[in-house]
Design a protein around this ligand. Sequence first.
Ligand code: NAD
Length: 855
Amino acid sequence: MPAIAELFETMDYGPAPEAADPALAWLDARGRKTELYINGQWVAPQSGQWLETSNPATNQPLAQVAAAGPADVDAAVAAARAAFPAWSSLPGQTRARYLYAIARHIQKHSRLLAVLESLDNGKPIRETRDLDIPLVARHFYYHAGWAQLMEREFPDQQALGVVGQIIPWNFPLLMLAWKIAPALAMGNTVVLKPAKFTALSALAFAEILDEIGLPPGVVNIVTGDASQVGETLVNHPDVDKIAFTGSTDVGRSLRRATAGSGKRLSLELGGKSPFVVFDDADLDSVVEGVVDAIWFNQGQVCCAGSRLLVQENIAETLYAKLRVRMEKLRVGDSLDKAVDIGAIVGPSQLATITRLVEQGVAEGATLWQPTWACPTEGCYFPPTLFTNVAPATTIAQTEIFGPVMVAMTFRTPSEAVALANNTRYGLAASVWSDNLNLALDIARRIKAGTVWVNSTNLFDAAAGFGGYRESGFGREGGREGLYEYLRPVWETGIRHQASGVRGPGSGVSDDAVAGERPAADSDGVAAADGADQSAPPTGRSDKHKAATVHSNGSSNGHTATVNTQHSTLNTQHVAVDRTPKMYIGGKQARPDSGYSRPVHDPAGRLLGEVGEGNRKDIRNAVEAARRAEGWANTTGHARAQILYYIAENLTAREDEFAARIVAQMGGDPADAAAEVATAVSRLFTYAAWADKFDGQVHHTPLRSVTVAMPEAVGVIGIACPTAYPLLGCVSLVAPAIAMGNTVVAIPSEVHPLSATDLYQVFDTSDLPGGVVNLVTGGREPLVRVLADHDDVDAVWYCGSAAGSQIVEHASAGNMKRTWVDYGHPRAWRDPMQGEGPEFLREATQVKNIWVPYGE
Ligand code: NAD
């Protein structure tokens, strides 16, 4: 008789099927045909078309799902628009109660939802039951809390309006919850398009909305094809924002489609996330981690740890352990509680995985799969491990979105970081080491929105989730995720469309206040930058009171005195007819073209000449900015000291800068003096913020410290406003560098001399070379080069509507973040509009680092 221990070795699991009854009964009760949920009603599609959805575990049809057309989308958007005023003006507490009721009812119907999701998607019931559905409920509970707290916590913010939400098929109900919960909490109304073949759980969710009595039109669910529903929603003129989760290619097309429209956009895209294992890691835990990283949900997880990076000396040991574990994994019907891996979502995804795996073999990598065979009916693919993978090959770079792990080795921590970052994506990473100091250092150096230390695929509503680089922009979850559904109150009354609601210059358009300095824009249009609603028309009363600020904490003990009381200004001592160079890498640089452009005073007299920058100059400046990226690793304190020092040195030359402004633009010398004083004050503001705009420790319910750190975005290209040649430039450059970014700025095209004067200030203020680079010349051609440039991480643009469209469109190349004004200048002297956390949020991206604790 075999010993008990041997029995454990040989014993196998039998099937443990979960009954499909509740879901099948639900489908039968609807005649296996589902309709659209618009304005609180179930309606047949006006197109009269239906699509079939089937169970990928068996390939058997499940139901006919309505295929909406553009007219249905119009109706849904109209319903959401009509519902918006009442919904957004409800007290937060009332919205909280609705969200809370949704959460409760999700729990009540959790079995139906779990089974329906598994049937429709093919994912194991264990995962839908234990992870997807509980997390769905958690998102509604969590955001019920934010609805309750909105008035207190976001007093200067308001809802955006109608939000179009488009979600993928891999976590159908969870992605819905990630999108709908924050949108509703912040007072928005929603039109949601589920993925074509996994719409059933969204429709069951709509029934819950009916059950709890959510007001009609607040949420509308429109099923159907991407070309009919998705594209109509994206291009719809009455939608204020598109929130998208899906592939990077589609995300890129959405960036282009919405460019210049004024629609807000958040993109949660693909990934090729590294799973980094150091030689001191607990390898048995690592093996379970790998199972979770790449075989959870059949590897159809945007943040799947799909690149295994192993320290060379333990690679063979780990591979051997993995092969043993893989041999024990079970693939099968999603409703079998004993399977580890369910079905791939559908035949086309199965074909994609198969093709990429064949390509991996052809590329020379070593393939390993378990000896057992997958079920033959349905869409199945075995767990797969590739070793000997070259980092540049297709399987190492392309998101396979299937149960396929590709393994590579490294020797040193720096090599691990280099390999980890050798991808166009930046969604997530996993770092395994018993040396917490090492693990946290690696977490800091990897470019990704989420990093799990000695863990993987942990999610919670309290922790923001989202990407760096081509994994998209925007966060879902946490406090950071709420801003995706908010806009500043001062934008009230400004239409959401291309009239411009957001961006470094957006806000005030026609109502520029008399007495503010209009300036001829490069397009020949009078620019109204800096319309200062709070200032009296003469601009010469209280804002010219003397203000003295002492910065005793500055690096060299200097005292900065900001004196805004100027009765007269001597413009004589400003050098006329000089030719400042550009400023690249901390050095003055001649323009590559060898040409200069004249700068005139308002009377048309030649005031000086600046370099005519071109593509080559921008490229040089971007290289210099990239070389200076160590700036991000300096402390906030050190950056603050330098900003204070710049402020002091600017103060020392206040008269000269004011005179320069008058020389370029004419106008009231007092206004010019006020501009310089405000610029100094702004430098103080960002010096103050440099060591204070810090992160949070999120309360995730798992045993984990989850640290949300705002990090620098990287290299930011900035096209400065035309008017306010000094203040505009300082208001944008200062927050960017305060947060650790490096900058390539294009000064005011018409009045560039104030910005070029600044580099003398930088030179005397210990600012490291390359942190700020100034390239003068034509705004539109230069910013186009920045937007096209693959090594630029973000572009901020103040200028025309057409220029905004170009910047957003061109930025789709590497999915860089953009912040544009759609041709509507901001009141730069108004502190509500001209400075503050909005600028700092644009200058940072949040990385969530999960550090579990306990034995
Ligand atoms: P997909 O991009 O093909 O489709 C996503 C959604 O967009 C679907 O609803 C689809 O119908 C719709 N769509 C497609 N083309 C459209 C268009 N031109 N206009 C408007 N809508 C359009 O992605 P998928 O295959 O459903 O999902 C897999 C992808 O999603 C993977 O790349 C994965 O990494 C990504 N994903 C990302 C996250 C994240 O949070 N970052 C989460 C889950 C999935």
